[in-house]
Design a protein around this ligand. Structure first.
Ligand SMILES: [Cu+2]
Length: 285
């Protein structure tokens, strides 16, 4: 069953940039590798492509995206099923760019960060063929994927040292269409498990909000006809996980107010999930 996938949100990036770059702390999550000492697999994102390894061993994998572009970027990791290849994926997207083929599985990946920053997520990857893609749209609303931002990744063999899943301090559960948090997020570097109990793919975008702003305000800045910059900026999270999947992300939290947002589109209405109420607010003390 093909899934509607129009991510028609007017331009996360162009609205955000400029207003926020100056107010960021300088505490990278970089080598924070969240999974018991294993060093992260690093991919560099630029406008518009990924650089990094073509092949990695299977198992629990911490993936880091370093944004060296001028735009926002993330890594949506897709597993290609039924023996399909990157070429099949390109052909399917050329035939219908608004639908993800039914044979791709959303298996997470580090979510959006502004230029100069990095974002970290940890997933248990089984052997197979994968694709890294960026679904964030440019100023014209074209997803970076369509601008060439896709890279095949082959997952084969096993790691020399077995790595176990990270011990997460807390869990965020996603559902249609809400977030539930097992306990409050405290200041510092945190590794958080995300489990999708919804019927469709969901993502977690973590947003550092301006004082007094809510996640809903942030989402409203991306609704059609909205004007003005959104009241905050993304600091990572995990990109789409299919129903029943789980993964982890690691972010550094300073005291302040934050939001969780899902920009994935509803298969029926095509509207992003935040327009169906998929936002949450929390305060880090
Ligand atoms: Cu969602």
């Amino acid at each position: 069953m093909p899934r509607t996938f129009v991510r028609s949100i007017p331009v996360l990036a162009s609205l955000l940039l400029g207003s926020v770059v100056s107010c960021i702390d300088a505490s990278p999550v970089a080598a924070a590798g969240s999974s018991g000492g294993a060093s992260p697999v690093i991919f560099v994102a630029n406008d518009y492509g990924f650089a990094g390894p073509d092949r990695i061993p299977a198992g629990v994998t911490t993936m880091q995206v370093v944004n060296k572009g001028q735009d926002l970027h993330h890594i949506q990791l897709l597993k290609l099923q039924q023996g399909k290849t990157a070429q099949d994926f390109r052909a399917a997207m050329a035939a219908d760019p608004s639908r993800m083929p039914a044979w791709v599985k959303f298996v997470g990946g580090p979510n959006a960060v502004i230029p100069g920053r990095e974002s970290v997520a940890t997933m248990n990857l089984t052997e197979g063929d994968y694709l890294l893609i960026c679904l964030i749209p440019n100023k014209q609303g074209v997803p970076h994927l369509a601008l060439g931002m896709h890279k095949p990744l082959s997952v084969t063999g096993v790691k020399a040292t077995l790595v176990s899943e990270p011990k997460a301090g807390l869990t965020i559960t996603t559902a249609d269409f809400r977030f539930a948090q097992s306990e409050p997020i405290t200041a510092g570097l945190q590794t958080i498990q995300v489990t999708n109990r919804g019927s469709m793919a969901h993502e977690v975008v973590v947003v550092k909000l301006n004082p007094g702003a809510s996640a809903k305000d942030f989402g409203a800045a991306f609704e059609p006809g909205a004007s003005g910059p959104p009241p905050g900026f993304p600091i990572g999270g995990i990109v789409g996980l299919d129903s029943g999947e789980h993964g982890f992300f690691t972010s550094r939290f300073e005291p302040g107010n934050y939001g969780l947002i899902c920009f994935f589109p509803d298969p029926v209405t095509g509207k992003p999930h935040f327009m169906h109420g998929m936002t949450a607010d929390f305060i880090v003390r």
